[in-house]
Ligand binder design. Sequence first.
Ligand code: A2G
Length: 375
Amino acid sequence: MSSFSSHQLSGLVGQFHVRGTVASVMPFGSGHINDTYRVQIDKPGERSYLLQRVNHHVFSDVPAVMENIRLVTGHLRAKYRANGDSDERLLDRKVLTLIPTKTDQFFYRDEQGNFWRMFVLLENTRSYDIVGTPKQAREGGRAFGQFQRLLSDLDAALIREVLPDFHHIGRRLDKLHRAVTADAVQRCRRVGEELAFISKRERRMHTVLQLADSGELPVRIIHNDTKFNNVLLDEEDRLQCVIDLDTVMPGYVAYDFGDAIRTIINRAAEDEADLRRIALNIPLFEAYTEGYFEEAHPFLTVGEVDSLMEGVLLLPYMQAVRFLTDFLEGDHYFKTHHPDHNLQRARAQLKLVERLEAEEPALLGIINRVKSRYG
Ligand code: A2G
């Protein structure tokens, strides 16, 4: 994370409509892209905030990102209100709340060209990098199922594709192949095994795109970054809010399902160095699937349900392709904490693909069982 002095950070907070004076601004969270700070206000009982520097190397059109978030949070709030939620303070816990600047913008641009934004911080909530219990997993499934359901009547054409082809496996593989050819930082000789593993599976990993091309998958507004730590739960592990809306864009539900399962089913961390520890927790898969169908069954088509297992294999595979590409390009995209971090992440994700392939019949059986409850 680039360092900003506390004086600079307090000055930035002062650009936004916050109540009270700032007590502290501290780094917060474990995101790979943006820089996040927790802003504590110097008054007991006053709410806290999250100050974020949006990574404008990743998001080249930050105003479009913010416009997407404004549209999506506005739509979600309106839906919750229409469903009878009238207490605005409770709504603040269900939907991210943007704090405008003093000039009524949703971001502030500093003299260095950095983009800053501010959200209300949800007190007494937590997020988990690794899921512990079926209850947490079920709430995660409900979170993203509900998110998609409530957005299913928002016109996808209104949402800007701020990261074009974000989950297009063909484009991701092209980028990997270009990185291999360029071999900019001479790391290619270290990744022969990983490249062979990836190439062996290339064909199958195009299945979601093929289903979409043949008209079997509707384009929906999806979250596109459904790691479990993007769901906030309360102290009793009840769903509060879905966060990190930067990547909300049109896409296919299999992407969100697969990306969520990638973090939920893995007993180890996304970047686990000891590959023997990468093992599946199938009861958590079942719980997530149940929670997801509970919310999503009214809108899911038969084609979409049939695509979910493809998403489960595709998303860790695509994630490995992305980590490996970044490793070969010299680690410009994801924040890394040591020189081989992206390679370690890629290896962990490929091991996860292998474990998922071995359990495919069991996982499919669970999806079909849960689906059959809804006729
Ligand atoms: O890291 C970030 O959140 C990425 N977001 C997401 O796509 C995924 O790669 C994740 C892995 O932990 C963006 O690339 C915007």
